[in-house]
Write a protein that binds this ligand. Structure first.
Ligand code: ASP
Length: 326
């Protein structure tokens, strides 16, 4: 015991001769303060409907709220808007007329929750959060996800609005059972936030590819494909043709590239690069958004046309994303 104690005193003394104990303590306080100051809250979301998502998220972030609450509440606004026809209520159905929804969420601890092929629930993101927080699982699908949602107080409702039904019936007449894969019919809402405490979270929710095959699930509820968050590094989300994102595990790739030193912008460009190098992408859009731990952001897509909403210091702007094809 005595020897150990003596060794300890010796070591501490040696350390103190180089770094006086008070300085060690002070410098860690200073660096904590410095790094705290550096954390500028930021929220970034895919597409035009990113504006209302960001505005809602910002109300939480500006008051020192948590990124996880900001992203959930932000995307809920879009899910509940029947005019947003690619997410939640009013989302375009599959080719058989069923609205099937996919969503996932990740917090700063690396916890994740997800639902896929979920019907009749307006806010799948909140079901995904419940899966994350109240079950030992990450993903619930289809009837099981619905059963879980209903057991947790979510209301069953018809999500197929008159407008979406009309559009689908028109599509049936003209394009019977072919899925129009093009750069326009993608509109997932992916939202990433860094809060004032320096914590990152993300949420991603969609009705998926319009007029998809019944049972088709895209990238959006897949952790690592449609969304990935690592609180040490950064966060990324994807929109566009989910099959291309799933084949390259795009959001995980973006975060891992940032871990290895790439900027958020370079990481998004490399992830798009992996797609265009290996896969048939003609007429198929994919867009990535990313933020790093310091609040820097990046974005890149295959074809022109993807835009995103960025909010900092209470100001929101839409930005046209740089693209691989000009
Ligand atoms: N990524 C979504 C999917 O493939 C579609 C979208 O972004 O609109 O399901």
């Amino acid at each position: 015991m005595k020897i150990k104690r003596r060794q300890f005193i010796k070591k501490t003394a040696a350390l103190a001769s180089v770094y006086p104990v008070s300085a060690i303590a002070d410098s860690s306080v200073i660096s904590q303060k410095k790094s705290y100051k550096k954390k500028r809250a930021i929220v970034i979301s895919t597409w035009q409907h990113g504006i209302p998502a960001n505005e809602t998220a910002w109300k939480i972030l500006k008051n020192g709220g948590k990124a996880i609450d900001a992203v959930e509440q932000g995307v809920r606004v879009v899910e509940s808007d029947p005019k947003s026809m690619s997410v939640g209520l009013g989302g375009r159905p599959d080719r058989d007329g069923n609205v099937t929804l996919d969503a996932c969420i990740m917090n700063e601890h690396g916890d994740a929750g997800s639902v896929c092929f979920l019907q009749h629930i307006e806010n799948p993101i909140s079901v995904a959060r419940k899966v994350m927080e109240e079950t030992p699982h990450v993903m619930l699908a289809g009837k099981g996800a619905l059963q879980f949602a209903l057991a947790n107080g979510f209301e069953k409702q018809n999500l197929l609005t008159d407008q979406a039904k009309k559009d689908w019936q028109n599509w049936l007449k003209e394009n019977r059972y072919t899925v129009p894969i093009n750069i326009e019919n993608h509109d997932t809402i992916g939202t990433l936030a860094l809060d004032q405490h320096g914590d990152l979270s993300g949420a991603c929710t969609t009705s998926g590819l319009a007029y998809k095959m019944h049972g088709r699930v895209g990238d959006s509820p897949i952790i690592g494909a449609g969304l990935y968050v690592d609180n040490e590094v950064g966060a990324a989300t994807a929109t566009g043709m989910g099959e291309l994102v799933m084949k390259t595990l795009g959001s995980f790739l973006v975060v891992e590239l940032m871990r290895q030193g790439a900027s958020a912008q370079a990481a998004c460009e490399e992830a798009v690069g992996r797609i265009v190098k290996k896969l048939a992408y003609k007429n198929m859009q994919v867009g990535y958004l990313a933020i790093d731990k310091k609040g820097n952001h990046g974005a890149y897509c295959i074809h022109p046309g993807f835009n995103y909403a960025l909010t900092r210091k209470g100001k929101t702007k839409m930005i046209d994303c740089a693209s691989f094809k000009k």
